[in-house]
Design a protein around this ligand. Structure first.
Ligand SMILES: Cc1ncc(COP(=O)(O)O)c(C=O)c1O
Length: 370
């Protein structure tokens, strides 16, 4: 049977990923390593497919949220070190050891079970211990940190390779909270120094901290968003190229009279005679219904409004008098060289962040690499 190709696709430009990696490499300098965060299928861009380009251009480490994401990378031939950032369950530890994953540890029970799994497999499992300096999510509080480090150091089969924390507000122009977290992290590190404990990798910075708080670069930076060419806010201290273009083709065009109602609930009614284009993409693809009557698309060099309610599989566009035919290419995210539509434009309309836009493009959309 010949391959069916759906007329909705996300073009991922590997050259843009390569460029962004090189930009970050140059920005952090030769003494800082680069960890590319490829969780959630590489923020929707394809983890395995982009990982090879990242590594070829100077990425030293990968990070994922789940062991299964890391295992998929290993099965795809990735041999680079992979840090699992999320909480690993007791039943996932054997797999982590077998796949040489670096596990994030922040409580004694899992540390002990991981030690047993490593001993059983006659391996040395590397761990990074996470301290919560103010994110309020994973990680143990600074007061408990040194005790856990002391305990893990005594467990057979484990090596503490790293300690890290995560910033909650590094994308804010006011870095007061970030500096406060930084100070708490410093005192944790000072406690280790006092005890003569030296850890090879100390890290803290995500994309925002890498860009806006260079003091936090330390031994490595954990960059997700920026590698894909997106920014945490409106500031642009580093030039990056967006790597994902979302495209489709016009499925149908029809001329309708003034007063024609469009889509479920008839939330849009044409004011004059106009042409409507039907696009074969809907909220099941990750085109949020919240963009109904708000978003725009690029057709034949012109920005045209999405009109009426976005449906599960279809979206309507008011072309006005713009000529367009079935099969014409439509850009939902990306550029035609003149106009640009970015994930942050959608995010602004939806009251969310650009991360959510690319992460929620569904698996129904084929990723095409070029
Ligand atoms: C612990 C941790 N580090 C780094 C990152 C990467 O963040 P960003 O995509 O903002 O660079 C994330 C992403 O959420 C994270 O959870």
């Amino acid at each position: 049977m010949s391959k069916l190709t759906r007329s909705v696709w996300a073009e991922v430009t590997l050259d843009a990923i390569a460029y962004n990696v090189r930009q970050f490499r140059a920005f952090v300098g030769p003494h800082c390593e680069l960890m590319a965060v490829v969780k959630a299928n590489g923020y929707g861009h394809g983890a395995l497919e982009t990982a090879y380009t990242m590594i070829a251009n100077g990425t030293n480490w990968l990070a994922v949220a789940l062991p299964e994401e890391a295992v998929r990378l290993r099965r795809g031939g990735i041999t680079a070190p992979i840090l699992v950032l999320g909480a690993v369950g007791a039943d996932e530890l054997d797999v982590c050891v077998a796949a040489d994953l670096v596990v994030t540890v922040f409580e004694p029970h899992i540390a002990k079970l991981l030690s047993q799994a490593a001993v059983a497999q006659q391996k040395l499992a590397k761990v990074h211990i996470k301290v919560d300096t103010g994110m309020g999510r994973l990680g143990l509080l600074p007061k408990d940190f040194t005790n856990l480090v002391e305990l893990v150091r005594e467990l057979p089969g484990l090596e503490i390779q790293g300690v890290f924390t995560h910033f909650a507000q590094a994308d804010q122009e006011d870095l007061a909270y970030t500096r406060w977290q930084w100070a708490r992290f410093q005192s944790v590190l000072e406690n280790l120094r006092i005890r003569g404990i030296s850890i090879p990798y100390v890290h803290a910075a995500n994309t925002a901290a890498t860009l806006f708080f260079p003091a936090s670069h330390l031994d490595l930076v954990r960059v997700g968003l920026g590698i894909y060419g997106m920014y945490p806010d409106a500031r642009r201290p580093l030039h990056l190229k967006p790597a994902l273009n979302l495209k489709t083709k016009v499925a149908f065009v029809k001329r309708v009279p003034a007063g024609s109602a469009v889509s479920y609930d008839s939330t849009y009614v044409t004011e004059k005679e106009t042409s409507l284009a039907v696009l074969p993409i809907g909220y099941a693809d990750g085109l949020s219904r919240g963009l109904s009557n708000r978003g725009q698309v690029l057709i034949n060099g012109t920005l045209c409004p999405m009109v009426g309610n976005i449906t599960m599989d279809h979206t309507l566009v008011d072309l006005g008098d713009l000529p367009a035919s079935i099969g014409d290419e439509v850009i939902l995210l990306g550029t035609d060289g003149i106009h640009e539509i970015h994930a942050h434009d959608w995010a602004k309309l939806l009251g969310t962040i650009n991360y959510e836009i690319t992460c929620t493009l569904s698996s129904r959309i084929e990723r095409v690499y070029r």
